[in-house]
Design a protein around this ligand. Structure first.
Ligand code: MG
Ligand code: ZN
Length: 225
């Protein structure tokens, strides 16, 4: 892999890699730095991973609606090119920063660090990061958040967990979304929970319908927010 080069709000940010240093190692170090900075400012941060269409943005909208009176919230929204999701979240009156990653299919700790420089961490309690819609490589790039959430929806079929075990291993919380469609899709939600726990025994699970908000209180509870 070559240098990551990510564009953030018109500015070009390049991650310089020392020769011989592995990109994942560099990312890990930067993630730890982010974690320290967030801790120093008492900001809780959550990285939300999941495929395109799993319901990440809808869930974030519901979380923001329910939590915005309790916490000062900012949302970082990783996307290849558009600001559609950011606009959806922004309607709820919280600060949203879009990180357009160009061709990169994941966020990394470097772009998150650059984005963190653009907001006032002193005036923030909760940072929610919506990763790029993709269930594979975001798992390999921790961002420095305290918690990682993986969202799957029942419309993605019964094998999401078995096919992406590494992603689920890195998750603290798994959300099973679109619960209202489970019967139509012939998905056994209990089976998905069981598979997740086989991969990550201490994973916490919330079952939601992000459109109606059902299960979002449960998610807030497992996130300890
Ligand atoms: Mg989205
Ligand atoms: Zn990627």
């Amino acid at each position: 892999m070559t240098n990551t080069k990510e564009v953030l709000k018109g500015d070009e940010v390049t991650l310089d890699i020392e020769p011989g240093m592995n990109i994942l190692e560099v990312n890990k170090k930067l993630a730890q730095k982010n974690k320290d900075i967030l801790k120093e400012h008492n900001v809780q941060a959550i990285d939300i991973m999941g495929s395109i269409g799993a319901g990440k943005t809808s869930l974030i909208e519901k979380l923001v609606q329910k939590l915005k009176n309790k916490y000062r919230i900012a949302v970082f929204k990783g996307d290849l090119t558009t600001t559609i999701d950011a606009d959806r979240i922004g309607r709820h009156g919280v600060q949203v920063l879009t990180i357009n990653t160009g061709r990169e299919c994941h966020l990394d700790a470097n772009v998150v660090a650059r984005a963190m420089e653009r907001i006032s961490l002193k005036n923030l309690d909760l940072l929610i990061i919506e990763n790029v819609g993709n269930l594979i490589c975001p798992a390999e790039f921790p961002l420095g958040t305290e918690k990682r959430v993986v969202v799957i929806s029942v419309t993605e079929g019964p094998y999401m967990i078995l096919k992406h075990p590494f992603t689920f291993m890195t998750a603290d919380v798994m959300v099973i979304n679109k619960k209202d469609l489970a019967e139509t899709m012939k998905i056994d939600i209990k089976q998905l929970e069981k598979q997740a726990k086989e991969v990550k025994p201490d994973v916490k699970v919330a079952v939601t319908n992000a459109l109606t908000g059902e299960g979002v209180e449960e998610l807030i509870k497992v996130l300890e927010l």
